[in-house]
Design a protein around this ligand. Sequence first.
Ligand code: SF4
Length: 387
Amino acid sequence: MSFSEEIEKLDWENVRSTIAGVTARDVERSLQTERRTFRDVLSLLSPAAESYLESMAQIAHNITVRRFGRIIQMYAPIYVSSECTNSCVYCGFNRHNAIERATLTLDEAAREGEILHREGFRHVLLVSGESPRHASVDYLCAVAERLRPLFASISIEVYPLDTDEYRALIASGVDGLTIYQETYHKGRYAEVHPAGRKRNYKWRLDTTDRGGEAGFRRLNIGALLGLSDWRIEGAYMAFHAAYLTRRFWKSQISVSFPRLRPAAGGYEPEFPVSDPQMVQLMCALRLFLPDAGLVLSTRESRELRDNLVPLGVTQMSAGSKTAPGGYASKPEAEGQFEVSDKRSPGEVAHMIASRGYEPVWKDWDAAFLTGGEAGSALDVRRASVER
Ligand code: SF4
């Protein structure tokens, strides 16, 4: 069953009224149980759970240390193209915004990679807008092949592709797929994606299914927080991640929490999410999904990122630039959105260490799967922790 079929089991209004009707007793029961159900995550996302944030944070911390140890995996995005044929109302790359557009040449992409490699990164995320004319699958494969010698893991966050196209990317060295549904609310999805290929809600919804079928080792989902009610989006994210965990048990499933940031076009979130609400959302998902990676980007402030380190986060970006060429050639170019935590990768790594955690730049070596040259003892430990 595809996720677009699976999601039919949920009804937005039912989820909303269930969450609204949660009592303090329900929350206490969900906190005490060992194996949490979907009903429990609804309790933990509720207004009634707000008074239990301390307990949720403590349990989230304990689960994360037990499952992952005290490590935070570092990564950085490489924006390869800001060309886009879509008009997502919230995005700086919206085709109607008069910004300078660019698509990196292979040499330019390699220069971005070399800078990140020198800074210590071994995991990168290739990002592009939706313009197959500028950033075709062949182009993305060529970029991955060029960067592969520098990085242990390359993920992509690009427009949805079909299964064979994902297979081609995997053959070129890409091992992770990130795709955000933006909002799981179908009506809202249509409102914020008024034109372009991205209007196809179902095609996007089944993207991780196609990626899982193609064999990506990492599948990362998320909702863009601010587009709709975060409690219900949180429930849908949890439902989606649980489905992926069951169906693609060989892949590492992770959830991101991108919160809307200022961008060209000046879109203001209609459903703002406060810092305590972000904390509640992340803790609720950690309690429901003990084995999922939880990813936090530089969209968030340094204070919030520092405080979230012990509460369930497993991956953090650092020093991010959100425009093509942002590291090497165009540091001032207008990005997809404004970064909040502007610290250097070294400063972020230092912060992580100062909190008693280990910043990990490389947690995976393809040699484990291919039977090639063995990785370091550290890689072995990371790989076994991950599974
Ligand atoms: S969110 Fe993606 S698809 Fe939408 S306008 Fe921005 S870059 Fe294009």
